[in-house]
Design a binder for this molecule. Sequence first.
Ligand code: ZN
Length: 264
Amino acid sequence: MPELPEVETIVREMRPAVQGRVLREMAVLDSSAFSLSPLAPEQVKGLEVLSVRRRGKYILMDLGSFCIAIHLRMTGQLRWGEPDPRSRVIFRFSDGSQTLSFVDVRRLGKVLIFNTEDMSKVLSLGQEPLECGCDQFLEGLRQRRGRIKPLLMNQGFVAGLGNIYVTEALFASRIKPTRRASDLTQREGRQLFQAIQNCLKMGIQNGGSSFRNYVDLYGNPGRTQKKWRVYAKPAGSACPRCTQKLRFVMMAQRGTVYCPKCQR
Ligand SMILES: [Zn+2]
């Protein structure tokens, strides 16, 4: 699933393509992709895309009083160019330029329109990991129960992290994924915060990670998967830090790889 760096990559590419253009049509070809709207899709006609930004794993197009949010979930892609015949939703612009196609093989992604003033209520997301301060993050950890890995994946706690970057950040900060969040020391919490920021920044710098089907706005894969140290490694392969055999466990229905020796 695309996480913060993949979504940020798409948003940065969308700005020069889409920002300042006026919508001519939002063609909903698969109605299950579209939900929760104070505005019918045909009512976006004539509205200008004032800005494109990201919140958590959502791609946002600001239309003034209204906002369009796109969540890619497992297999969603946004593509710029000729309309893609597999699209669930196609955005066309009044200057007749290229179109923005929302393609999504497994059909789990969503397009929402809401009143901009309702954004925090509709999206209900925690802090942005690249914007919040370390103290704010540590305070959050102290107040939460439960294990650190599922907590970091909880979008209401921090927005934008998923299995890839959480697995890598826990490895980098030498923290075992099954630890209780509230049991982390101040020092471990700081190391974790730094590792999360480093992993996300590296992900953005390398155009995101392509493991299954992520591609950017122009169909190009990311390069971050070449930098992964443990994510997607099979159980029993050597830890890149201490050569101990890596272990694989399921936590909250997600596979987790960690080193039993250097992650404590
Ligand atoms: Zn190790």
